[in-house]
Design a protein. Structure first.
Length: 492
């Protein structure tokens, strides 16, 4: 049924060739593709866009919707809604919303050197099932349009779709396809998985899988990753010790309360950012948390897992298991997004049923005990912006809790940057293995911070802190970087 024009949807078409604003009569269940077809039929006959199956199977109708890559046939419209539509990024525009895919798809064809029949006949059923997700890709290129590495202007990453194809071929044959270090030019930020219409977990199922295969074959990882892995197993930390560590000074028990929380520090808090650990101790004492800080804990293994060194990560996980069993906390709390995501998502796989503890990011724990209702106060008026760590927002689904806490601080003006969840470039082994790429991506974030005019950039990831701080310094942005835990402790 066609609704009244008062309930029309408004479609803004922004392309290199035209800028149009069209009212489209709303129909129940209308998709963006339906609206584009109506516009072509009734308003702009020469409007160019692509579609075929209309059922999210061909991928040809992918466009930017309000700046995000989406399939037009899947994007449902609501009466009165206004959306802006444009062509996909990073691809030559043929006309209007139609783009030339050949620059990307031409890289996929050489990766299939043998016929489908030849490899499928000899594949075990279990391996066929493993390939099902990877092979469900419809080549819509939404992942290419949203990849933050490509958006930053780097050509090092061939695109998530190409890395997915490499993973598919690695599963088919006894040896991985030839590939250069571009497989390590992925931060495993999960943006591609977030926008994928087929929900393909490209970072975990493709990128990290290929890196693990290369490691097993002796073809990887990069020398810097190998050194990091060896150090983590040898010393229990992925970074070198400089001064007296946080755990050497603060291991023990702090605070009183109903919640028995074990503080898993992670490498950087222990060896580089002790003030973050001290801030959590103070919060525990003031807010009624019984905080156990065991000295016998080692690297979570996240940098090793992201670079394919699974056996080394598993060894570290079993070392940590002994500490978890000894402390037996109600909850394990982290102040590092990478540690939190690894404990939550990877430890159940590495340790199986042996791992039986809940893991909470510090912001989750503080909101759970309603610390945001207690309130905090800074002595001076301060403008604050927030960076979403990839391993916190997309890796753990934690987005609202940090913002609730920031907004609860009196004398803080909270300003969102343009893309708070855009990857800063620190993760996935990129900062250690390809530092020039991490710099390029943190420069992008630095410009976003400058636009906010913020005096403080806060986040909940030590790796992000380091990369963002260097980006701000390189670009002369006058804002200081603080872990949110430190910011909150200053407001007690």
């Amino acid at each position: 049924m066609v609704r009244d024009l008062n309930e029309a949807v408004v479609i803004r078409i922004e392309t290199p060739e035209r800028s149009e604003r069209v009212k489209v009569p709303y129909r129940e269940g209308m998709t963006l593709l339906d609206a584009l077809r109506w516009i072509k039929e009734h308003e702009i006959p020469d409007l160019e866009f692509e579609f075929s199956c209309r059922n999210a199977q061909c991928g040809t109708c992918a466009v930017l919707v309000n700046g995000k890559a989406r399939l037009a046939c899947e994007y449902r419209l609501e009466p009165g809604q206004e959306v802006t539509v444009g062509p996909l990024r990073h691809l030559p525009v043929v006309k209007d919303l139609a783009v030339d895919w050949s620059a990307v798809t031409s890289r996929l064809r050489p990766l299939s050197p043998k016929s489908h029949r030849e490899w499928f006949r000899r594949m075990e059923p279990e391996k066929q099932r493993k390939l099902y997700e990877l092979r469900s890709c419809i080549e819509c290129l939404c992942c290419v349009a949203e990849c933050p590495v490509i958006k930053a202007g780097s050509a090092r990453n061939p695109g998530p779709i190409v890395l997915r194809k490499v993973a598919e071929e690695a599963e088919k044959w006894d040896e991985s396809p030839e590939i250069d270090d571009s497989v390590y030019a992925c931060t495993t930020c999960h943006t591609c998985a977030e926008v994928c219409p087929k929900d393909i977990e490209i970072p975990a199922k493709a990128v990290e899988t290929v890196r693990a295969r290369l490691y097993e074959e002796g073809k990887g990882p990069l020398p810097e990753h190998k050194e990091l892995g060896e150090r983590a197993v040898r010393t229990g930390r992925s970074v070198e010790k400089r001064d007296r560590s946080f755990l050497e000074e603060y291991s023990g028990e702090y605070g009183e309360g109903d919640v028995k929380a074990m503080f898993f520090t992670g490498c950087l808090v222990d060896y580089r950012l002790p003030d973050t650990g001290k801030a959590l101790v103070r919060l525990a004492e003031e807010l009624g948390i019984r905080l156990i800080v065991p000295r016998e804990q080692v690297c979570c293994g996240s940098p090793l897992l992201r670079t394919g060194q699974h056996d080394r990560a598993e060894r570290l996980a079993f070392e940590n298991l002994e500490t978890f069993r000894r402390v037996d906390p109600d909850v394990i709390v982290t102040v590092c997004a990478g540690c939190g995501a690894t404990l939550k998502n990877n430890y159940p796989e590495l340790l199986g049923d042996r791992f039986e503890w809940d893991v909470l990011d510090v912001t989750e724990l503080l909101v759970e005990i309603r610390a945001h209702e207690r309130g905090f106060r800074l002595p001076e008026r301060t403008t604050v912006t927030y960076h979403d760590p990839c391993h916190l927002k997309r890796g753990q689904g934690v987005e609202d809790e940090p913002r609730k806490l920031i907004r609860s601080i009196e004398n803080v003006e909270f300003v969102e940057m343009e893309e708070p969840d855009r990857c800063c470039g620190a993760g996935g082994g990129v900062r250690s293995g390809l530092p020039e790429l991490a710099e390029l991506m943190s420069d992008v974030k630095a410009h976003m911070v400058r636009e906010t005019g913020a005096e403080v950039l806060t986040t909940v990831c030590p790796f992000c802190e380091y990369n963002l701080r260097e980006g701000l310094e390189r670009n002369d942005v006058e804002a200081r970087v603080e872990n949110l835990t430190v910011l909150l402790s200053r407001g007690l």
